[in-house]
Design a protein around this ligand. Structure first.
Ligand code: KG4
Ligand code: ZN
Length: 325
């Protein structure tokens, strides 16, 4: 079995995955959303301290499996430096005390492999990764061959939901709150410009849209927030759809997936389904429980790393907060 640890942002999570069957034996996650909510975003030092408290509590429940562990997997990149170190330090301690190797796992690969928890991987696949830290279009050929074909020039899709929720004093994380508020609103009441709509670039940008929304929030009473939220969600998603459409002209999709915390957005899922219909492409989605950060996806990615002996020792594992894929 492999024990996997995730602490790249504000979720403390540990999972145990059986190597031979890919079965998830144990999975627990303690979210810090409530603690960060008052600040309207993640406070890194607070997150770090909360991991230091939550991770050992979860680990204590895993003790019955300790003698069956062949490796300890841990997210070592990308993420917040002060929170990654909590998971990596725990992985080092387990490695030394149990005499097992470490599997360093890239968080973005974890999100991609969240599609294949308890399943065989089906590759190649084109993946849209939308989370709080990333908005990327990725061609995935294998665990090692992943090419980012488009990325954001500034903010990410999920982050823009967090920022808009903060402007409206709704709390954190903003994604689910804005999605819910949008249902009560009328998107036609506000006309926001779709980012980069005239640009031939296949890239993403959310900073301009965020400013348009800020001006609308400042100029209107809170009774207009549902309409603003709805128009924002529509425009933010239309931007993804326009760029995907452009990309599909030269790279028609056969298999397509949306992963990352923001892939839970049902409006986005519907829009992508419409877009894929004429291509007769198959859409892959993670289960809702595995869209946001979790250790089960890290454990699933670790099965690939284990098969390739991609081990690290305590002395050579590094933390790379800004690393991409
Ligand atoms: O993957 P994740 O848990 O953490 C990162 O790796 O960043 O993603 C969290 C992000 C947050 O920005 C959150 O607001 C966003 O995903 N999110 C959503 C939704 N649910 C979560 N964004 C839009 N709509 C949602 N329903
Ligand atoms: Zn993530």
């Amino acid at each position: 079995m492999i024990l996997s640890i995730e602490s790249s942002c504000d979720d403390s999570s540990i999972a145990i995955t059986e190597i031979a069957t890919k079965k998830l034996i144990y999975h627990k996650k303690i979210s810090q959303e409530l603690e960060h909510s008052v600040y309207g975003g993640v406070v890194p030092e607070l997150a770090s301290r909360l991991h230091a408290e939550a991770l050992p509590r979860i680990l204590a429940e895993c003790e019955p499996w300790f003698n069956q562990l062949k490796a300890v997997a841990v997210t070592n990149e990308p993420g917040l430096g002060v929170t990654l170190i909590e998971g990596v330090t725990m992985a080092k301690a387990l490695s030394i005390s149990l005499g097992i190797p470490i599997l360093p796992i890239n968080h973005l690969k974890g999100h991609i492999y969240s599609l294949f928890i308890e399943k065989e991987a089906i590759l190649p696949i084109t993946v849209l990764l939308v989370s709080g830290g990333h908005t990327q279009l990725i061609e995935v050929k294998s665990y090692h061959e992943m090419e980012t074909v488009a990325t954001t020039m500034d903010d990410s899709y999920g982050e823009s939901f967090d920022k808009v929720a903060k402007m409206m004093h709704l709390g954190y994380p903003g994604g689910p709150l804005i999605e819910q508020l949008s249902r009560e609103g009328d998107a036609t009441q506000f006309a926001f410009t779709v980012p980069l709509w005239q640009s031939p670039l296949i890239a993403f940008s959310y900073s301009g849209l965020k400013n348009q929304v800020r001006l609308a929030v400042e100029a209107n009473e809170s009774s207009a927030y549902p309409d603003i939220a709805s128009a924002f969600q529509k425009t933010a998603t239309e931007h993804l759809i326009q760029k995907l459409k452009k990309y599909f002209k030269s790279h028609p999709p056969k298999r397509f997936a949306i992963v990352g915390g923001a892939s839970a957005n049902l409006y986005l899922r519907e829009r992508v389904m419409e877009l894929l219909a004429p291509h007769k492409a198959e859409l892959f989605l993670s289960e809702l429980t595995y869209c946001s950060d979790n250790a089960a996806m890290i454990g699933r990615a670790a099965l690939e790393a284990y098969a390739e002996n991609a081990f690290a020792s305590c002395s050579d594992i590094t933390i790379n907060p800004r690393c991409k894929l």
